[in-house]
Every structure is written in C-alpha cells, then in structure tokens.
Design a protein around this ligand. Structure first.
Ligand code: HAM
Length: 424
C-alpha cells in the first residue's frame, strides 16, 4: 500500500525544528506582553461570507486561494486565510469594540491555496497584532516601533527594511478609483483578461497585476498620491516624523497597495532580500471601515501580521538562532538493571519537584551502560546520574558529560545539592 503523505504545501514541524519555533514564539510573547497586548484565540473555520465581505470578493485570496467547502448542513465555510477578519468578527461579537480600545494579538495557522515554493506554503503561521478604537498616528507608530524592536531582539534588524505608503481615506480611494477606471477604460482592449474583469468590479486591484503589458499601461495612469486629501497627507507626515524621531528608517513605496481590500490610510511591509521572491516577512496597515463593513460598530483598526515560516527561514539561513536553543535536556538518568527502575522514576520525580526548571530525562526501556551513555551524550544533557544495582542495594553515580567523564559516587540525599552546585 502507498504511504500517506502530508498535503502539498503543508509542513510538519519535526522535533529538531521545534526549538526554533519555540524561541520565536517566546520572544514574540514576551515583547507583546511588555507592550501590554492581550492574546485572543478564534476558530480556524469561519463562514465564507466573513472573508468575502472583508478581504473583498475580487481579490486573489477570495477568488482563487481559499479552502472553501459546504459542511453537512450546506453552509459555506472557509479555512481562515488570514486573521484580521476573524479578530474583528470575534471582538465585535463579544462586545470588545463598544466604546473601548483593545490591543490584541493572535498566533496560528492560516490557509491559502497558493503555488508552494520556498517561503510560500498552503498552511502557514502568522503572529498577528490588531489595535482597535484608536484613530491617531500614535498607535500606528507604536506598532512599527514594536515590530522594529522584535527584529532587534531576534538579531535581524540589519536585513529588514520598512516600506510604507499612504492609501488615503476611503473617499480618496473612491475618487482615485473613478479616475483610474476612466483612464483604463480607454485602454480596455490592451488589458489582460483578469484586469478587464476587474475594471468594473474592483479597479484598484489592477495595480497588482503581474502582466507586463498591463504594467506598461499603468505607467501612464493617474497616481494615487495625487488624490490623497490634505488631512490624510498631514496625518501621514506626522507618522513619518515620529518614525524619524525613533530612528526607524523607511522607504516610501507608492506602489504598495496590499492584496486585501480593507485597508485605508497607512500600509506597510517589512521586507528582506534574503529570502528570494517571498520578500515580505511582516505586513499590515490601517483598516478603519472594516468592523462597520461587517455589520458592527464604526471602530478604527490598525495592525499587522508576521509570517512565522519566513521568519524562521531567515533566522536559520543567516545563522541567527541562539546556539543553546537545541539543548532540551539537562540531566540524563541512566538506569542499569531492572531492579532500580522504580527507584529511578521516583528519584526523577523528586528532582523535578526540588529543582524546578531542570529538564530531566529518565532512560526507559533498559539496555547496557554504554548504550545508555551514548544516548545521554546525544540528548545534549550536561550530566548524567547513573543508578545501578538492585532494589535492595543500589548505587548512584554522578557523571559530567564531557570528554573527561569524571564520575563520583553520590549518596541519594546529596543529589539535589550536587546538581544545584553543578548548574549554578
Ligand atoms: P498578508 O500580507 O496577506 O496580510 O500576510 C501577512 C504575512 O503573512 C506576509 O507578510 C507573509 O510574511 C505571511 N504570508 C502570507 N502568505 C503566506 C504564505 N502563503 N506562506 C507563508 N507566509 C505567508 C494579512 O494577512 C493581514 N491580515 C495582515 C494585517 C493584520 N493587516 C492588519 N492587521
């Protein structure tokens, strides 16, 4: 029989890779906690309508990439392709957006049926941050400072660049959309098929077209920057002033429009040239109309999401993961002889209680001293306790797991003291 394999574009995280994930998750959790953001968790499945109404019907994600199916009741459900829509839905549903501000974060798998390649998967993980109820540029600046601090903590600030743009208000975008439609209608015949379809339904998406002939036409098109209202432009320059003052460098990128329709105002991407084509490691922006668009309160929102696989690739390829994260065991208890099995388990339990924080691996399954010692070395433990003998008469030895292999005999009641001294 053929072996069953994982689904293309969906990866297992093996034990050897797990420490890198744990390190990234821990670093992010600690930083978010330092900024007083709170965690929120929501389901992987949502009504398809949620994503159509937020990300937009005429976007690549909704048109081509969602895992959508009918459940047994005939309801159309989709695996979440991103977290912002879910976060707004959950916060709105539970009254978190009514007359209050919220600083939230989430972490988990997202699903998009894209063509898999390095850094692009069909199941991938995001760490997302969303701030609600705050309209000013201060929260925008704080989110950028938070992300910059994360790159510093991870030791990758030197390879990540901030690209930023202002999409203007929703009204600005409507006016710009009309101008763009007017211009592109004159070139309708020369546009690619996808763009012709988008001309009536969602003209701004044509700016994302990868077709060279369409990109050529767009060179002569009206520019979004010329349709931004003075208030929106003033807000954006306030934001840039805070970035300057905080020493956050940025590149203004007028063609950064993002692939999701809910954005207005500032949008950004942190990019790197170290990962080939999948250069965006973290992206986001403001989405003030979204909760209202989903039938809720009119609450300002701004946030970003970071691609965790891309972040780990970057850390691995640049060799910036801390060397000690792969050490998962501190003490290896070797058990020589069936007569001391029970004693070994009880000793381990006692040590875990007495010395919390120490990672203790008790050897199970028997075997000769030499083979157990080999496993002790392979585990990365720094010392071994060797328990040998019978129920009636056992002997305990302490062995440093280095080349010299100094061994001392220990009394049972001296073990904790010995370990404390050793790991001091
Ligand atoms: P997004 O740009 O679609 O935005 O995704 C955010 C990040 O997720 C990207 O910058 C990238 O690092 C990662 N990513 C996206 N697709 C894939 C994939 N197929 N494989 C691996 N990584 C991927 C959003 O999802 C918005 N919800 C961000 C946001 C939050 N805006 C406001 N709040």
């Amino acid at each position: 029989m053929a072996k069953i394999q994982a689904i293309r574009g969906m990866n297992d995280v093996l034990p050897a890779q797990a420490p890198a994930w744990q390190y990234l998750e821990k670093t992010m959790r600690e930083l978010l906690s330092a900024y007083a953001y709170q965690e929120i968790r929501f389901p992987v499945l949502e009504q398809t309508q949620l994503f159509k109404r937020s990300i937009g019907e005429v976007t690549d994600i909704v048109e081509k990439e969602m895992y959508t199916f009918e459940d047994r009741n005939g309801d159309s459900l989709s695996m979440r392709p991103e977290g912002t829509a879910c976060c707004v839905r959950a916060a709105e549903q539970h009254g978190l957006l009514y007359n209050q501000t919220q600083k939230l974060w989430y972490m988990g798998p997202m699903y998009r049926h894209e063509r898999p390649q390095k850094g692009r998967y069909r199941q991938f993980h995001q760490m997302g941050v969303e701030a609600f109820g705050m309209a000013g540029v201060d929260i925008e600046a704080e989110l950028l400072m938070l992300s910059k601090e994360l790159w510093e903590k991870l030791g990758i600030a030197d390879v990540i660049t901030l690209e930023i743009n202002n999409l203007g208000t929703s009204e600005d975008r409507v006016r710009y959309g009309e101008a763009l439609r007017g211009f592109l209608t004159e070139h309708r015949e020369a546009l690619d098929e996808d763009s012709r379809r988008r001309l009536d339904k969602n003209v701004l998406r044509i700016l994302d077209s990868k077709v060279p002939s369409t990109q050529d036409i767009l060179k002569g098109a009206p520019k979004l920057a010329d349709y931004i209202s003075p208030e929106s432009a003033a807000g954006f320059s306030d934001l840039l002033a805070i970035l300057d003052a905080s020493g956050i460098a940025y590149v203004l990128n007028p063609s950064l429009v993002r692939g999701l329709d809910y954005y207005n105002g500032m949008v950004f991407e942190w990019t790197t040239d170290k990962l080939g084509a999948q250069s965006a490691v973290c992206s986001g922006g403001r989405y003030d109309g979204l909760s209202k668009q989903l039938g809720g309160t009119d609450t300002p929102g701004v946030g970003f999401a970071l691609g965790m696989e891309r972040m780990i690739l970057l850390l691995e390829e640049l060799g910036r993961l801390p060397a000690d994260i792969n050490r998962q065991v501190d003490v290896y208890i070797a058990v020589i002889g069936e007569g001391v099995r029970q004693q070994a388990l009880l000793l381990a339990a006692e040590l875990r209680q007495g010395l919390p924080g120490l990672r203790i691996l008790t050897h199970c399954g028997g075997g000769k001293y030499n083979s157990q010692l080999k496993k002790a070395f392979a585990s990365g433990a720094r010392c071994a306790l060797v328990l040998e003998g019978s129920e009636a008469q056992s002997e305990l030895k302490f062995r440093v797991l280095n080349d010299e292999g100094a061994t001392t005999t220990l009394a049972l009641d001296a073990v904790q003291e010995q370990l404390l001294a050793f790991f001091d």
